[in-house]
Design a protein around this ligand. Structure first.
Ligand code: ACO
Length: 448
């Protein structure tokens, strides 16, 4: 199989959201802290009728319908998620309801979990399968689904929720450059979920930022080595049209990209211009540790990378800024933003993605765009996702109502024997929603 990659995509996020500006005021944070400090505009969240299973049922059903894919044509289904609803039964098995109906139970794959990285693990599994000798000619399907919620405090505005489904196969408009992939994985306690009675993580915010940036540096270094070995020339930011990052909040994405420019400067990459060299020269002797602490370096590299950021990163930031951190779906929502905004000018271009999951696991990898053939074309992917329409038709909740919802969800987490309000008035037609959890913890869903 050649040009294996992403043939089609669908994204779903809850229509319920809270404006960061309103949340900021409600929380008593200083004005601009969430909007400028974190760089976020709005945050989506699940109400009591939605969860990671309903969102993924919606995304998968919609993708199959809009691309007219017979459920029998799916041979592998992989789910990435870090939202624990059941410690044994996978989300994938809930999704099997869609496929059983058409008589297809012959589908490999289960769930992958490690913080925000599970979706990438799922994606690699599907791509590897299509490239392998066990491939049976059918499509792979990847689902990233998460509801990111935090306890009250500084991390709460970095929540979000979404599900993304991606169809995998050969001759894709979004093809993997499989040899260009490098990882960094190690043991860290930056963000983890040891309390099984709560949906909220334990998070060391500052450490998680440093772990993220260190993983980024290491992956980029390995990635550049690999490229140089394969291509016989240096890699620099100018060798890719776009860079897509896992996006817990936009400020970290800005810092990440400027960090890559600093790496280019340190390696003396040919593309770094004189002005950048001048700006970054004072920092060339910092040790690694010092460089993560230096506010001056942060400022100088952000200034130096501003115009490159606008060209190579800005178009990837729309959905993450509007919806928030979607954990496993976050990187792919950033990628979806790029397709939404730039689909007509992507063919032939290379895009680099950086996936990060706390704990920690990280990979940097490369994709190449092709025009594709209908229905698997970039323009059709953009029109099926209808990102603009979905963003427009949302319902803003006041912060008080958001907090109230979080309280109810705390109560519901791990609970049994309840029925939901079944109020699906805010959901668009075709959306799945939770109706009941019975005395045996079995969950029931309906479709609007
Ligand atoms: N106007 C403009 N900017 C402001 C204002 C203001 N009024 N007030 C503060 N800021 C800036 C700060 O200077 C800071 O920016 P900087 O980093 O460029 O200096 C930013 O807003 C955040 O403020 P802090 O006080 O540094 O951080 P806070 O204690 O609010 O916590 C954090 C932020 C750590 C991101 C927290 O939200 C968190 O823990 N989130 C979850 C962890 C996370 O997402 N980690 C990322 C990788 S791991 C993962 O994906 C889950």
């Amino acid at each position: 199989a050649k040009n294996v990659g992403i043939l089609a995509m669908e994204i779903y996020f809850p229509p319920t959201c809270v404006q960061q500006e309103a949340l900021e005021a409600h929380d008593g944070a200083s004005k601009g802290k969430y909007t400028i400090g974190l760089g976020q505009d709005c945050m989506a969240f699940c109400t009591e009728v939605e969860d990671v299973i309903s969102m993924s049922l919606t995304a998968v059903t919609s993708l199959l319908a809009k691309y007219k894919i017979d459920p029998k044509q799916i041979g592998r289904l992989e789910v990435g998620s870090e939202t624990v609803i059941d410690k044994s039964k996978s989300i994938k098995t809930f999704l099997m309801q869609i496929f059983e109906k058409s008589g297809n139970t012959d589908i490999e794959g289960v769930d992958s979990t490690n913080a925000c990285y599970g979706g990438t693990a799922a994606l690699f599994n599907c791509v590897n399968w299509v490239e392998s000798s066990s491939w049976d000619g059918r499509y792979g399907l990847v689902v990233c689904t998460d509801s990111a919620v935090y306890a009250e405090g500084p991390a709460r505005p970095t929540g979000g929720a979404a599900a993304i489904a991606m169809l995998i196969g050969p001759d894709a408009p979004i093809a993997f450059e499989s040899k260009l992939r490098r990882s960094h994985m190690s043991h860290a306690y930056d963000f983890y979920k040891p309390n099984l009675a709560s949906e909220y993580p334990v998070v060391d915010g500052k450490l998680s930022q440093t772990c993220y940036l260190m993983a980024l540096d290491t992956c980029y270094k390995y990635f550049c080595h690999k490229y140089e070995k394969l291509e016989g020339k240096q890699f620099s930011l100018s060798d890719a049209a776009y860079f897509v990052f896992h996006s817990p909040y936009n400020k970290l994405v800005q810092k990440s990209f400027s960090r890559l420019l600093f790496n280019d400067f340190l390696r003396n990459a040919s593309s770094v211009d004189e002005i950048t060299k001048e700006k970054l020269a004072p920092f060339s002797t910092l040790t690694g540790d010092e460089s993560y602490q230096s506010r001056d370096l942060e400022k100088a590299s952000q200034q130096a990378s501003k115009s490159l950021y606008d060209a190579k990163v800005q178009p990837t930031t729309l959905i993450p800024k509007q919806v928030g951190n979607m954990y496993t779906a976050s990187l792919y929502a950033a990628f979806a933003s790029l397709i939404h905004i730039k689909h007509s000018e992507l063919a032939g271009k290379r895009v680099i993605l950086f996936s990060y999951g706390s704990g920690l696991t990280a990979t940097m990898f490369s994709l190449r765009f092709h025009e594709g053939q209908h229905p698997f074309s970039l323009s059709n992917i953009a029109s099926v996702m209808n990102v603009g329409g979905k963003l427009k038709s949302r319902h803003e909740f006041p912060p008080e109502k958001f907090v109230e919802t979080m309280k109810l969800m705390e109560h519901r987490y791990g609970a049994k024997d309840f029925v939901t309000s079944k109020d699906c008035s805010l959901l668009s037609p075709g959306t799945y929603y939770l109706t009941e959890v019975d005395s045996m913890y079995r969950r029931f869903y309906a479709k609007k």
